[in-house]
Design a protein around this ligand. Structure first.
Ligand code: NAD
Ligand code: DAU
Length: 359
């Protein structure tokens, strides 16, 4: 069996569902259920004995030691993190705690477990660290996409904390021989995405007739990957990735934010027309994110060359599936928009309101 951290979050939950469907191998899922963790995303596994959920924190060494002793996982897949850049600007402390101290604590507990294994089990063991392209910093319009050798230049408290965690993982391999692999992935989208991030926020706001807040000029570029493709990439790297190596994962889908927002509006116009007119009437420019990275783009040739992994979805097929999912899962959306969610929306967007102007 494998131990997953953060498996009640967006990517973690999609990974657990994909993993059990593809491999059937049992999973222990450790998650602190912060605002971003949601067991409803795993409701289909409620009576499935292959999914063991543990409510707890990766900073809790005693709990980690108990889980390793009890379940003896053959691998760890580490998703748990604070993941939202805007929240890291408002409150970086939680990012330092979970992303750095939590990863350190998990590495130490994993090392204690791994050191006591016999030689074959030691060689077969893997610690898979799930990271982000944001650690590489920002590209200009003409720069080539990030390769695995790109310099680390994190610009936000979030990306700095993820960069620190990547360095810890690397050092635990280099110094202690822990068999690690790291994946640095571009922006994900798809089902169960918390509506604080661009695509789900635009969908839920549009359906509610609320403004669609575009930061700055909306020309920042992100490289989008359907979340189920990220899950299949992690499976491929866990199974065949070389120990100590880094693999960049991306969808070859670079798009400016404004184009994404227009695409969401156009598809909603087709799938759920609003008698009041096109959803694009709701597009509103607001104050930019401080230190906003201009462009991310991933060169995913290494994972394709070595492991034969390629995304299955184009942006067109993935975004249609995503919109269909949100239209069909209004209950999930309504339930995650709790009081805490509304407080965050007020914190993040009220101070931007002064600069609002319509598209
Ligand atoms: P998310 O915020 O949706 O989920 C994070 C999960 O981790 C939540 O379930 C939360 O409850 C849990 N968690 C937070 N702190 C914890 C702690 N101290 N102990 C245990 N659990 C804790 O994040 P996501 O978007 O699913 O991202 C998952 C991972 O993938 C993160 O490491 C992130 O940096 C990385 N990543 C995300 C993207 C993206 O586009 N979302 C892209 C590349 C990499
Ligand atoms: O690149 C991978 C990263 O992608 C992950 O490591 C992060 O965990 C994940 O949150 C994501 O970070 P971004 O900052 O790129 O994602 P976000 O959805 O917050 O923003 C995407 C772009 O859209 C970014 O340029 C900011 C912009 N934006 C975002 C929001 C929430 C807006 O214009 N308006 C908004 O309201």
């Amino acid at each position: 069996m494998i131990l997953i951290t953060g498996g009640a979050g967006f990517i973690g939950a999609n990974f657990v569902l994909d993993w059990l469907a593809a491999t059937g191998e049992p999973v222990v899922n450790l998650d602190a259920l912060t605002y971003a963790g949601n067991l409803e995303s795993l409701a289909s596994l409620k009576d499935d004995p292959r999914h063991v959920f543990v409510h707890g924190d990766i900073c809790d060494r005693t709990l980690l030691d108990r889980l390793f002793a009890q379940h003896k996982p053959r691998a760890v897949v580490h998703f748990a993190a604070e993941s939202h850049v805007d929240r890291s600007i408002h409150g970086p402390g939680a990012f330092i705690k979970t992303n750095i101290e939590g990863t350190f604590t998990l590495l130490e507990a994993t090392r204690a477990h791994w050191s006591a294994l016999d030689a074959d089990a030691k060689a077969a063991f893997r610690f898979h660290h799930v990271s982000t392209d944001e650690v590489y910093g920002s590209l200009s319009k003409t720069d080539p996409p990030f390769t695995e050798d790109h310099t680390y230049e994190p610009n936000s408290p979030y990306s700095a904390s993820k960069a620190a965690s990547d360095h810890l993982v690397r050092a635990w391999h280099h110094t202690y021989g822990l068999p690690v692999v790291t994946t640095n992935c571009s922006n994900n989208y798809g089902p169960y995405h918390f509506p604080e991030k661009l695509i789900p926020l635009m969908i839920v706001n549009a359906l509610a007739g609320k403004p669609l807040p575009v930061y700055g000029d909306g020309q920042q570029v992100r490289d989008w990957l359907y979340v189920k493709d990220h899950a299949s990439a992690i499976r491929a790297v866990l199974a065949g990735g070389r120990v100590g190596e880094v693999y960049n994962i991306g969808g070859w889908n670079e798009k400016p934010n404004l184009e994404i927002v227009h695409t969401v509006c156009a598809l909603l116009d087709e799938m759920r027309p609003d008698p009041a007119g096109s959803y694009s009437r709701l597009i509103t420019y607001v104050t930019d994110r401080p230190g906003h990275d201009r462009r991310y783009a991933i060169d995913a040739r290494k994972v394709e060359r070595e492991l034969g992994w390629k995304p299955a979805e184009t942006f067109d097929t993935g975004i249609r599936k995503t919109l269909r999912w949100y239209l069909d899962n209004g209950d999930w959306v309504a339930r995650v928009q709790s009081g805490a969610y509304r407080e965050w929306v007020a914190t993040n967007y009220s101070e931007r309101a002064a600069d609002r102007k319509s598209a």
